[in-house]
Design a protein. Structure first.
Length: 304
C-alpha cells in the first residue's frame, strides 16, 4: 500500500536527535540522509544521517554544493553501515538551483522505485538538499520526466518533518512578478520561499521582490530597495499594504504602474488573497481584484 510523506512523518520525527553531533560542527560539515538498516527494530527511525565534510564547501555556490552532496548520496559506499535507498546504478544527470528550488534529474534506475521505497528515497534526497541555504524545495525527475504516480512533485522538508520542529522554515510557493526586458510586460517567476516562525507571508513576498529575480537575466526588479512599509495586514481575503508617503516609487507613470502591479499580483498569488489594497501614507491609492491582469509597459514611441 502506498504511503505518503505524511505517513512517514512520525517515523522521521526522531531524525534530528540521531543527526546531532557532540562535536562542534564545522561550516564544511553537511548531513547525508540514508535509509535505516533493514534489521532496525520496530519503532526505530526510517531514515538516519551521517556527517560529510566537504573541504571548502562553505565557499561553493549552492548548485555546485548540491551536486557534490547528491553525488556523495548516490555513492553506494557512502552510508557507512546505513542503507542506500537508491537503486544500484542511479546517477545524477543534471542539477540546477533557482527560485529556492533544486531541480534534480536522475537516471532511469530511480524510476524503478515506487510506494514506500520511493517515499524514503525522495525524503533522503530532499532532506540532504534542503539543508542548504537557498534550497527550500526539491523537484526530482527521471530522464527529464516527472514520475506520474508520485503524489506530489515539489518536495519540501516540511513534508518529512512535523511542523512543530523548532527552527524549521515552512516553504510557500509564490509567483513573483518582474519586468520582462524583452516584452515590456510583467512576467511571473515561480519561487519557493522559506517562511520562518513569526514571519508573515506578506513580508516574505515583499522581501523576495526586493531581492529581485533569480537566475533569469531577462527579468528586472521594479520596486526600489528602499521600499518602506508602515504596515501590512490580512483582513479576510483582503491584503492591505500601507507604504510611507515618501516611498521612492518610480516617477515615470508607466514604470510606477508596473511597479505597483508587480507588488499587487505577487501578493495575489498567495492562497486566500483575493484582493490587494494599497495605501500610501494611510490613504487608499489603488485596489486590485484577483481577476485583474498585470499591466504592460506602453510602447516606446509613446514616451515623450
Amino acid at each position: 500500500m502506498k504511503r505518503t510523506f505524511a505517513a512517514l512523518a512520525a517515523l522521521l520525527l526522531l531524525l534530528a536527535g540521531c543527526a546531532a553531533n557532540a562535536e562542534q560542527p564545522s561550516p564544511d560539515d553537511y548531513e547525508l540522509y540514508f535509509a535505516a538498516p533493514l534489521d532496525t527494530s520496530d519503532g526505530g527511525d526510517a531514515i538516519r544521517s551521517r556527517t560529510l565534510r566537504i573541504e571548502g564547501g562553505a565557499a561553493l555556490d549552492t548548485a555546485s554544493l548540491a551536486e557534490k552532496l547528491t553525488a556523495a548520496l548516490l555513492d553506494p559506499a557512502a552510508g557507512e553501515g546505513l542503507r542506500s535507498p537508491f537503486p544500484s546504478g542511479t546517477t545524477l544527470q543534471r542539477l540546477s538551483v533557482a527560485g529556492g528550488r533544486a531541480m534534480v534529474d536522475l537516471s532511469e534506475q530511480y524510476g524503478h522505485l515506487s510506494g514506500v521505497d520511493l517515499s524514503i528515497a525522495d525524503c533522503c534526497l530532499t532532506l540532504t538538499l534542503t539543508q542548504l541555504e537557498g534550497v527550500n524545495a526539491v523537484r526530482i525527475t527521471v530522464n527529464g520526466r516527472e514520475l506520474p504516480y508520485r503524489e506530489t512533485q515539489l518536495l519540501t522538508a516540511a513534508d518529512t518533518l512535523l511542523s512543530g520542529v523548532e527552527d524549521t522554515p515552512r516553504p510557500i510557493n509564490v509567483s513573483l512578478f518582474f519586468l520582462d526586458a524583452e516584452t515590456g510586460a510583467l512576467r511571473a517567476q515561480q519561487q519557493t520561499l522559506a517562511l520562518y516562525e513569526g514571519q508573515s507571508r506578506v513580508s516574505a513576498v515583499l522581501a523576495a521582490l526586493l531581492r529581485g529575480p533569480e537566475g533569469d537575466d531577462t527579468l528586472l526588479p521594479l520596486l526600489p530597495r528602499e521600499l518602506d512599509t508602515l504596515s501590512s495586514r490580512m483582513d479576510g481575503s483582503v491584503c492591505s499594504i500601507n507604504l510611507t508617503a515618501d516611498t521612492p516609487l518610480p516617477r515615470d507613470e508607466n514604470l510606477r504602474a508596473l511597479a505597483l502591479d508587480s507588488l499587487a499580483h505577487s501578493l495575489l498569488s498567495l492562497s486566500g488573497v483575493e484582493r490587494v489594497q494599497l495605501l500610501i501614507g494611510g490613504e487608499i491609492a489603488a485596489e486590485w481584484p484577483a481577476a485583474a491582469e498585470p499591466a504592460a509597459a506602453e510602447p516606446a514611441e509613446s514616451e515623450s
